[in-house]
Ligand binder design. Structure first.
Ligand SMILES: [Zn+2]
Ligand SMILES: [Zn+2]
Ligand SMILES: [Zn+2]
Ligand SMILES: [Zn+2]
Length: 414
């Protein structure tokens, strides 16, 4: 379940063992009042949490000590030291560093070691790479494949070296500096140091080159100040030691714009829709036809799969601004825009670390591209949906950031 941390922390004290949220439908108590039970059944059938993006006035609230769900900008790494390295950070098709798409804070109360749990999605911004990735994904079962979309799962117990076991206060700063990040992208570890100033760090030669040509050739060696050590502009009091991570500034301006992801239950929109239908149908559907939905409609103009597209659209129209759908339940299914290029169960590889089956956890919708101001050109990045499958046991072995499996469906099959 996706929850806000404060709710999560307070609910944890109330929740008894065996009352965990993943209750199977058969185990609901028979003594409950009848209408309450009906309501519950409806929720169980449609227990989808929707994600919406919202601009934050103070980007500080999206730092890792607040356990954010966020899209665009830089990742707020949950475990700040042992970040993914090597091939994990690059597009296997063009070799360029991957760009941060979004992260979802999704703790699981069932296990102690998933008290904090965040899923991170990265992708190469090249549409050429995504088209190739989409052809590769079918062969995932047969071994290592070249991907331009990568997902990582990171989790921590309540007692851990990085965060207080209590809910964070708004004045909190990260308790440690964490790994040094790339001066250009602010996303990956900056293991390569500029030999001129010894102050700029890079994840890759590519980002070092772009930064050099983009102005570092003038700034390098001029001042003692590294581009990262921009002071914190907000009220927060932080030691100068902590300022590099408190600052959200990175040299690159090519990240996608940063948003917080806000969650709401889809069931609330069903209720709203039913009430509205009682009043006047056409008026409501017109009001809902805003920019995000219009951009979605434009994507599928040439779709030859009208039937599934129509049912996809009508479900999305309940809350057209949604950018994400989350439902981690046994046998929960994504909402497919197209019946073409959906995976068979056998196409989803099992967890490399524990052998568990991977299940659907959430999907990213193309409305996010609208909020990222991505143009509707032929070579612009574009997808119908990105479906994230994660280890059914959310296992705790293997690396700190465990790669999970994304299935990409494009708007038109190449
Ligand atoms: Zn690429
Ligand atoms: Zn970089
Ligand atoms: Zn330099
Ligand atoms: Zn596993």
């Amino acid at each position: 379940m996706v929850v806000h941390l404060n709710e999560h922390l307070s609910s944890l004290d109330i929740q008894q063992e065996g009352e965990a949220e993943l209750v199977s439908s058969s185990s609901s108590s028979e003594e409950e009042e009848e209408d309450e039970e009906e309501e519950q059944e409806e929720e169980e059938a449609e227990n989808v949490t929707l994600g919406f993006v919202e601009k934050r006035k103070n980007p500080r609230t999206l730092q890792r000590q607040f356990f954010p769900s966020k899209a665009g900008g830089q990742p707020a790494w949950l475990e700040p030291d042992n970040l993914p390295t090597g091939d994990s950070c690059i597009c296997d098709i063009c070799g360029g560093p991957l760009q941060f798409l979004l992260q979802v804070y999704a703790p699981i109360s069932e296990y102690e070691y998933t008290f904090h749990r965040t899923l991170f999605v990265f992708m190469c911004p090249s549409m050429t790479c995504l088209v190739k990735d989409q052809l590769e994904q079918k062969n995932a079962k047969s071994g290592k494949i070249a991907r331009s979309v990568k997902v990582f799962r990171c989790q921590l117990p309540r007692a851990n070296p990085f965060y207080s076991p209590e809910a964070p206060k708004c004045t909190d700063s990260p308790s440690s500096i964490g790994a040094t990040l790339c001066t250009w992208c602010g996303t990956w570890k900056g293991n390569k140091i500029c030999s001129g100033c010894k102050q700029a760090n890079y994840c890759s030669e590519k980002h070092q080159m772009i930064h050099w040509r983009g102005g570092h050739n003038n700034d390098c060696n001029k001042t003692g100040a590294s581009p990262q050590s921009v002071g914190c502009s907000s009220r927060c009091k932080t030691s100068s030691k902590a300022s590099p991570i408190v600052s959200n500034k990175v040299a690159s301006a090519s990240q996608w714009p940063e948003y917080e992801i806000i969650n709401e239950d889809e069931s609330a929109f069903f209720m709203e829709d039913m009430e509205a239908k009682g009043l006047e149908t056409s008026l409501v559907s017109q009001n809902h036809m805003d920019g995000a939905l219009q951009s979605l409609v434009d994507k599928f103009v040439g779709s030859n799969d009208r039937e599934s597209w129509a049912s996809f659209q009508s479900r999305i129209a309940l809350a057209p601004e949604q950018v994400m759908r989350y439902c981690r339940e046994v046998d929960s299914k994504p909402l497919w825009p197209s019946l073409n290029s959906r995976p068979m169960d056998a196409d989803i590889p099992t967890c490399e670390h524990c052998g568990s089956r991977r299940g659907f956890e959430f999907q990213v919708l193309p409305q996010l591209l609208y909020y990222f101001h991505v143009k509707n050109d032929d070579d612009s990045i574009d997808w119908a949906t990105i479906v994230i499958h994660t280890c059914g046991s959310s296992c705790d072995t293997g690396p700190t950031y465990k790669e999970e499996f994304a299935w990409v469906q494009l708007c038109s099959t190449p």
